[in-house]
Design a protein around this ligand. Structure first.
Ligand code: GLA
Length: 380
């Protein structure tokens, strides 16, 4: 036992952040590009190992919904578990399924990432569990496998058909950077596939606001799965493995189904926007120049991918009218948050204007600042 573990009764602390995606929405499960950053809202996990084989999980936000189970029975007990506990226990089960011996452990969670806001609270919960379990029981597991474990827990155990974006962001992001992730390259090789892009808005007199509209979403239901299926159908109709294989919009002319055409046009154009934003930031250009690309991303999600809502559109419209350089919905859609790139001096005006417009529709918004923050890991 280390000195630190001894002084805390063997208990240690980890944290994993939520994320906002600067650009690159619904591209991850099409093998494309994304550009997220970690936000300073985290899920923390205090954990310790025990000499028995019981796994205990509890959440400060879910008093009375603690669970204690033998590690070996996690797969069969899943349907009886409280909803929140399926995320961390899915992670434990996935470690076990991959042959990593999980001993008795105790994990206490405290989450500050708002749920249903499109900021990846569930991925933050899975990733907090994943880094804790790795350090407690399976230190040889590398970051790539860890990301895959967290994703598999959410996909296979919880039943939410997410891509890799949220878990990769929570594990790989670093302070002061956005993460350029080439999903195909990352998942297809043992190294590479991502790049840390310096993202210092304060130096340019800018802020990135995240405004949670108060309209919540739920990925396990709704249109997310339908959109995935439509993208797969578009790829199949075009005779390619995934929409990542299409570089030119002209190549979509073979799609006769108008819905599939629009879905594919969003993915192909969004991949271009991710590369363009990354190139602008790397070139040292004024970050205000990415604004029109953020706007175009929203318009494409609204018109072609049809995952925006009236509430998100109202919020984005209000932010633009109040002087945002660019604004768009973030995450899977059907509710959740928007981002707005604003001059520091205009932040209060934009925030107030969006809040007032949403209040008129009966929604209470909350605003955070997306300061690019560290990824998941131990907390000293
Ligand atoms: C959700 C999913 C991600 C990604 C986004 C859309 O957040 O969890 O994998 O597909 O939607 O970009």
């Amino acid at each position: 036992m280390t000195e630190r573990e001894e002084s805390s009764g063997g208990r240690r602390r980890w944290s994993a952040p939520g994320r906002v995606n600067l650009i690159g929405e619904h591209t991850d499960y099409n093998d494309g590009f994304v550009l997220p950053l970690a936000i300073p809202l985290v899920v923390t996990c205090v954990g310790a190992r025990h000499s028995d084989d019981l796994v205990r999980v509890s959440s400060r936000q879910r008093p009375g919904e603690s669970v204690r189970l033998p590690a070996g029975s996690l797969a069969t007990e899943r349907d009886l578990l409280p909803g929140w506990a399926r995320y961390p226990l899915g992670v434990v089960a996935e470690f076990g399924r991959r042959g990593h011996g999980i001993e008795g452990s105790e994990l206490e969670f405290d989450g500050a990432v708002p749920a249903g806001a499109g900021l990846s609270s569930s991925a933050a919960l899975c990733c907090a569990a994943a880094v804790a379990i790795r350090d407690l029981c399976a230190p040889a597991v590398g970051d790539r496998e860890l990301i895959d474990i967290a994703r598999a827990a959410e996909n296979d155990y919880v039943g939410a058909p997410t891509g890799i974006l949220d878990h990769a962001a929570s594990i790989l992001c670093t302070e002061g950077h956005a993460l350029f992730l080439d999903v195909r390259a990352f998942t297809g090789a043992a190294t590479g596939g991502f790049e840390q892009i310096p993202f210092d808005l304060a130096a340019a007199g800018l802020r990135l606001l995240v405004i949670d509209t108060g309209q919540t979403h739920d990925h396990a239901e709704g249109g997310y799965g339908t959109r995935r299926a439509e993208c797969a159908a578009a790829a199949a109709a075009l005779g390619v493995g995934s929409l990542r294989d299409i570089d030119e919009l002209a190549a979509l002319s073979g799609l006769t189904d108008p819905v599939l055409y629009r879905r594919a046009r969003h993915v192909v154009s969004e991949n271009d926007r991710v590369r363009a934003v990354a190139a602008l930031l790397l070139s040292g250009a004024d970050p205000r120049e990415i604004g029109p690309l953020l706007d175009a991303g929203h318009d494409s999600l609204r018109d072609d991918f049809e995952v925006s809502t009236d509430v998100l559109d109202v919020a984005v419209g209000a932010a633009r009218e109040a002087g945002a350089h660019g604004s768009r919905m973030v995450g899977g859609g059907f509710g959740g948050s928007i981002i707005a790139l604003v001059d520091t001096a205009a932040a209060g005006r934009v925030e107030g204007s969006v809040r007032e417009r949403l209040a008129r529709s009966g929604f209470e918004s909350r605003t955070f600042e997306a300061v690019p923050s560290p990824g998941a890991g131990p907390v000293d």
